[in-house]
Write a protein that binds this ligand. Structure first.
Ligand SMILES: N[C@@H](CCC(=O)N[C@@H](CS)C(=O)NCC(=O)O)C(=O)O
Length: 206
């Protein structure tokens, strides 16, 4: 029995491990939860992942892996998406942690309340400028990093690019003006040109 990856549609976090699986040809059974309907907080799923979050991977032997970037890392192991040398691997981790601390916590909620549940945007109106400001700070750091390089690490296209791309490419839906970041835009185009790249709508359709 293959591994099972629990996901939700429209989510940048769910997109990341799904894209690594697609691009490496590794297989997993995809199971979609409707988090807006509370499916990730039901006892059946809390018994699988007590955090009540997706993505979450259950391996054939029953062991589980949570956190999008950890699952993406597992899926990239032993494939060309895993940087070959120790420095590039450490730098990949560095940027995957950057993604979870400087980009995702700002881009994801801004997008969620602007694009996914706009009816709740007003209730979060006071937070949105803070998310935009902090998200732009992160995007500015990414712009600087990508100005003179093709991909996140010297290895070339890797799991780190997938992780950082996950929410960066959705930032426009959160109200971020990506025109301010030409190097980021050129990099996103390079990511979209990699073999097997599949966009979020198609990858997370079921
Ligand atoms: N840091 C986690 C964040 C996961 C996360 O926030 N998942 C959201 C969907 S994008 C979720 O499951 N929300 C449902 C809930 O918290 O009940 C990751 O990278 O996987």
């Amino acid at each position: 029995m293959p591994a099972t990856l629990y996901l939700t549609r429209g989510s940048g976090n769910s997109f990341k491990p799904a894209l690594v699986l697609r691009q490496t040809g590794r297989s997993a059974t995809l199971k979609f939860l409707d988090v807006l309907a509370g499916e990730s907080r039901r006892p059946e799923f809390l018994a699988i992942n007590p955090l009540g979050q997706v993505p979450y991977l259950v391996l054939e032997d029953g062991r589980g892996i949570g956190q999008s970037n950890a699952i993406a890392w597992w899926a990239a192991e032993g494939t060309p998406l895993m940087p070959a040398d120790a420095v590039s691997r450490a730098q990949a981790l560095q940027w995957m942690i950057f993604e979870q601390t400087a980009l995702e916590p700002n881009i994801s909620p801004a997008r969620f309340f602007t694009h996914i549940v706009p009816a709740q945007r007003e209730a979060h109106a006071a937070d949105i400028p803070r998310w935009l400001e902090a998200g732009h700070r992160g995007l500015g750091v990414l712009e600087q990093h990508l100005t003179h390089r093709a991909f996140i690490t010297d290895h070339g296209y890797s799991v780190a690019d997938v992780a950082v791309y996950g929410y960066t490419h959705l930032a426009g839906e959160g109200g971020f003006d990506l025109e301010r970041y030409p190097a980021v835009q050129a990099w996103m185009q390079r990511v979209r040109s990699t073999p097997g790249y599949t966009d979020i709508g198609e990858l997370l359709a079921h």
